[in-house]
Design a protein around this ligand. Structure first.
Ligand code: SF4
Length: 432
């Protein structure tokens, strides 16, 4: 048998797709990239934006046309957040879909593929591994769901309340990843720093989890985590990051807005002042710190002054990367019903200005760091010059460099960076 899998949305979906693939391959089912060759197509969906759902409806139409060509000999499985949100509508609008499998039942997919049977589950459970065969980098989901209910976000409705993975299972996965020679892990959760587990009879929060897993790291040199919530970013967590060299000092910290009134309407449970105080504390304690963020403009009732508060907060934060978008109402969330929705053309204008400022800022920050020496995780060769290697460092900076010796994908190399070309640093390997 052969499967084809398509994944949309967040890193957790990508991690869960890797886990599904691992289970399918364990059952002797092979991967294919061609729908015509497949016996089963699995679409792991996202509901965060309407555009993602529209794209998936389009893909479903395409897979139905292949299924007709193959006289029905193609099972189509829809899983993930859209399967949770639109279960009945999916079954009605797309009767050619063979199974709609919610996030709690993702582990049942191999059983459905083999025998068309699944067991219903009342709660989310973590899979034993999320490793993608052959990869030097792996996601490690540690919690699922969210209790925060930001007023614009559909995640708590489709992923449910927070559930944390048990510490032993996380340690087992890290041991497994070490046995595969993995160099980089990203601990994942919708609200990763609200992790709550138990170990040897003691409660374990997120920074304590980092302390527990740290001694198990050997080949793994980069430890990242996403996405933390600023309200749960404790002093203990800051201390652990500052003390543990392998925890990357590039922190993704979602800002969303620079205006306290808009943050309150978003139900973010932080203010502009608290966010700035957190940045100051982190900068004061963590050496060589860089940031990335998520930021949104055009939230209902956002005035020009409040939008400018976001622009000024972006300058204060000084990110090297930012995921910038304009507010899009999501059906089923409180903010979709708010008065004061802003015209699309105005939201686009605000976003363009935000993006232009951020691109210039990122360039300025990156140039100011030159020259410096950094450890680079090799990803391959550059496209236009095969004598140069391409990779990235703990700050997620893209790096192209001249090697002194042969290296394979996944090698860690010390590089002196001397110039910036577009968004990519350039340099050469140095001896350790
Ligand atoms: S913290 Fe807010 S934005 Fe993040 S998943 Fe939870 S509700 Fe959504």
């Amino acid at each position: 048998m052969k499967y084809l899998i398509e994944t949309y949305g967040c890193q957790l979906n990508m991690a869960e797709s890797s886990a599904i693939e691992l289970m399918l391959k364990g059952q002797g089912i092979e991967k294919t990239e061609e729908a015509e060759d497949a016996d089963v197509v699995i679409i792991n969906t996202c509901s965060v934006r309407k555009t993602a759902e529209n794209r998936i409806w389009g893909r479903l139409g395409y897979f139905n046309s292949i299924k007709r060509k193959k006289n029905g000999k193609l099972d189509i499985i829809v899983t993930g957040c859209m399967a949770e949100r639109l279960k009945d509508e999916l079954k009605k609008e797309a009767p050619f879909v063979d199974a709609v499998i919610g996030t709690n039942e993702k582990e049942e997919i191999p059983s459905y593929v083999l025998s068309h049977e699944i067991c219903k589950k009342d709660s989310y459970s973590f899979l034993s591994s999320y490793y993608e065969e052959g990869s030097f980098s792996s996601y490690v989901p540690i919690m699922n769901g969210c209790n925060n209910f930001c007023s614009y976000c559909i995640v708590p409705y489709v992923r449910g309340r927070e559930v944390s993975r048990n510490v032993e299972s996380i340690i087992d996965e890290i041991r497994f990843l070490e046995s595969k020679g993995v160099k980089e892990i990203t601990l994942l959760g919708q609200n990763v720093n609200s992790y709550k587990g138990e170990y040897k009879g003691q409660e374990v929060d997120f920074p304590t989890l980092l302390e527990i897993i740290y001694p198990y790291l050997d080949s793994i040199e980069f430890v990242r985590f996403e996405s933390p919530h600023p309200k749960d970013f404790s002093n203990h967590l800051i201390r652990v990051i500052s003390e543990k060299e392998r925890i990357c000092s590039h922190i993704h910290l979602p800002m969303q807005s620079g205006s306290s009134r808009i943050l309150s309407l978003m139900n973010r449970k932080t203010t502009r002042e608290q966010f700035i105080a957190l940045l100051d504390k982190m900068r004061g304690e963590i050496k060589d710190l860089t940031f990335s963020t998520d930021v949104m403009v055009g939230f209902p009732t956002e005035s020009l002054e409040e939008y400018e508060d976001t622009l000024s907060m972006m300058e204060i934060m000084g990110c090297t990367e930012a995921f910038m978008y304009y507010y899009n109402p999501r059906e089923g969330t409180p903010s979709a019903k708010m008065d004061g929705q802003i015209e699309e053309s105005e939201k686009i204008r605000r976003l363009e200005c935000l993006i232009n400022e951020q691109l210039e800022r990122a360039k300025r920050i990156k140039e100011a760091r030159l020259p410096f020496v950094t450890k680079v995780l090799v990803r391959g060769t550059t496209r236009d010059d095969k004598s140069r290697l391409l990779g990235y460092n703990e700050h997620n900076d893209m790096v192209s460099f001249l090697p002194k010796r042969e290296h394979a994908k996944g090698d860690m190399v010390r590089v002196r960076l001397t110039e910036l070309n577009g968004n990519t640093y350039r340099g050469e390997e140095i001896d350790v």
